[in-house]
Design a protein around this ligand. Structure first.
Ligand SMILES: NC(=O)c1ccc[n+]([C@@H]2O[C@H](COP(=O)([O-])OP(=O)(O)OC[C@H]3O[C@@H](n4cnc5c(N)ncnc54)[C@H](OP(=O)(O)O)[C@@H]3O)[C@@H](O)[C@H]2O)c1
Length: 333
């Protein structure tokens, strides 16, 4: 392949609003304008990639499209002067992989201020084991800590626990000394969740039942919610006094119901988390934390490494809620 050609996942709309995924060869001349051209070494799979690759207009409006909201690689050129050729960088969030050609291609061209220099203490591959999911888990846990959460407060509940954000949240909270209760629809993964540090594994159904009471017995000191809907409603109702829940996802439902009672009678906090438009300086801080105080001892065990040709089948599993943990894509395999 000549130097300006590269391989990428390509999503096209076909008849009847269907979306077809295949691996194609592209030219760097087809990439959008931008200062920073990156040789992508690793990418990762996230729920949002599954939405983009299946035609979700809330994520990607224009097809055909090269998805991938995560990329880690080596700078080929940077016209802005911020990076030198050969520098190692992470690009995630902003418009990457949404309507801008993303990290599931061996080349991306983006604004230089979308990139973070690889922090000392992490390899390119490790940053993609973490990826957007682990990065978001760190933001959730960081917000809980910012609110004063401490292991002595009691158990922290994590929903969507076998997913990317959920599994990283379980592992990170446990690493920081918290007791973790993992809520999952995949009880067969209980042993794996325990190996990540969950002290309790709960069937998703026990938290999915609608409950008309505005509050129930306080059970959780804090929470990380990846699914929204009834589960988020039930977590809010069962937080202890001054508890906080970081809400970051919607795999169950984008909406939820609550009265104001938990907020005004139990002083609880609902914390919003967004990793996409976070200012670059905050992204740099979060990556620093992930490379130091939040660095998990067994990062390698958190993800399965796959090749680009295996991406379509894994995106389908993610979309159907059957995936477990994280998937790193080796873009050179
Ligand atoms: N706010 C942000 O900046 C941000 C960043 C990253 C991700 N997110 C969002 O966070 C969520 C999780 O992302 P992810 O990458 O971790 O996804 P993921 O790896 O696909 O994990 C999602 C998990 O949600 C659970 N789940 C799936 N379908 C469900 C349903 N119908 N009802 C209840 N639970 C269900 C499953 O876990 P169990 O089987 O264990 O229950 C699944 O493994 C997504 O909504 C994503 O868009 C937001």
């Amino acid at each position: 392949m000549s130097d300006d050609r590269f391989t990428a996942l390509w999503v096209e709309s076909t008849a009847n609003n269907q979306f077809d995924q295949r691996i194609i060869e592209r030219s760097i001349d087809d990439l959008p304008e931008g200062d920073l051209l990156v040789d992508v070494r690793y990418s990762s799979l996230n729920y949002k990639d599954a939405l983009s690759a299946s035609g979700n207009p809330g994520v990607t409006r224009n097809y055909p499209h090269q998805p991938g909201i995560d990329a880690a690689g080596v700078v080929i050129e940077d016209k802005s002067g911020r990076f030198a050729a050969g520098d190692e960088v992470i690009v995630s969030g902003y418009d990457l992989g949404m309507n801008t050609a993303g990290g599931l291609g061996q080349r991306i061209r983006v604004p230089a201020n979308w990139a973070v220099a690889l922090p000392q203490g992490l390899s390119l591959k490790e940053t993609m084991i973490i990826g957007t999911a682990g990065f978001t888990a760190a933001l959730c846990v960081g917000k809980l800590l910012h609110m004063g959460a401490s292991p002595s407060d009691g158990p922290v509940v994590v929903s969507g626990a076998t997913g990317g954000v959920g599994s990283f949240s379980v592992a990170l909270l446990s690493h920081l000394g918290f007791q973790v209760a993992a809520v999952t629809g995949k009880l067969e993964q209980s042993e794996w969740l325990s190996s990540l540090g969950a002290q309790q594994v709960l069937d998703r159904n026990t938290l999915s039942e609608p409950n008309k009471k505005p509050m129930v017995k306080p059970q959780w000191a804090h929470g990380v919610d990846c699914v929204g809907g009834e589960i988020l409603s039930n977590i809010i109702k069962s937080l202890q006094y001054s508890g906080s829940v970081a809400a970051c996802g919607m795999t169950g439902s984008p909406s939820f119901q609550s009265s104001v009672f938990p907020f005004i009678l139990r002083n609880v906090n609902l914390l919003g988390v967004d990793c996409v438009e976070l200012p670059l300086s905050r992204k740099e801080e979060n990556w620093q934390a992930l490379a130091t105080t939040f660095k998990l001892p067994k990062l390698d065990a958190m993800a399965e490494t796959i090749g680009l040709d295996q991406v379509p089948e894994h995106l389908t599993r993610i979309l159907n809620g059957h995936a477990v943990g994280r998937y790193v894509v080796d873009m050179q395999s």
